[in-house]
Design a protein around this ligand. Sequence first.
Ligand code: NAD
Length: 307
Amino acid sequence: MTMAVIGFIGLGHMGGPMSANLVQAGHVVRGFDLGAEALEAARANGVTPVASAAEAAAGAEAVITMLPGGKQLLDCYEQLLPAAEPGALLVDSSTVDVADARAAHALAGSSGFGSLDAPVSGGTAGAEAGTLTFMVGGSEEHFHRAEALLEPMARKVIHCGGPGHGQVTKMCNNLILGASMIAVGEAFVLGERLGLSNQALYDVASISTGQCWALTTNCPVPDLVESSRANHDYEPGFAAALMLKDLRLAESAARQSGTDAALGQLATELYQRFNDEGGGGYDFGAIIRSIRERSDQLTAERPEPTG
Ligand code: NAD
């Protein structure tokens, strides 16, 4: 894509490095964040700080949002739509409820703007390296316009369907991830308690039918997989609080759509409990600690065998 003026709203853990990659690619990025620190950090990366969402959108041919949730997204759209340049494309990369994503599309459409929901996976490491996967919902035409724009931040940009389908894809993927991380954690703890070495379980499961990302890339047991956050005392990575957020979105979508997602519901409850116990700031793989502790507790509470 030739040089463009891009508005970027939400310069946090993800938006900060994403906007820096757009600057690196030669674009002029007008950035806004409610936090002064985030704005300063963005300035150091070559982003032009501005004082409001409306100012970020004024004169920009595309506006990217990377906000905590749907409420902030809809508030921002209310503020920026009157100031946005005719023909500007609005791309939201936050993870939000499908209903909020569709409400944002409707708001943009009613003001005459094209829009996409384009949540990402790949975490802060992917944001820094410019290797995120974008899951995009919206029209074919808008998707093609956005491809080159997203390219400096992406390894893959995939068109998933109409408005909201990017968020549906993200939610479904993270339902698989949350449930599989719990299953991997339970399997290791069960093995440990039966005297099996973690290495033996890893060597077999990683090349067998139990193979999955939660095992082979972000293994919850330290010292088995180089890329795992378990090797760094579970410093995220993908924080358990964000996993809980995504599982809640999946749970609410399952309820609204009448989907029987029993594992999704249970995974939400288990991550809720882990967050309540103070685990929210750790990588989501740290849930294995809670599985281990509860197993020890269960054993301690078990009545002594009689006779
Ligand atoms: P973050 O909290 O670090 O960043 C959000 C930023 O938005 C903050 O700097 C905040 O000040 C700013 N903000 C909030 N309301 C605003 C408003 N009205 N106007 C302007 N700025 C506002 O969060 P993050 O980790 O960067 O995540 C952003 C989004 O990306 C979330 O929706 C999250 O679920 C999603 N996500 C995060 C990760 C991850 O690993 N961190 C991975 C994939 C997706």
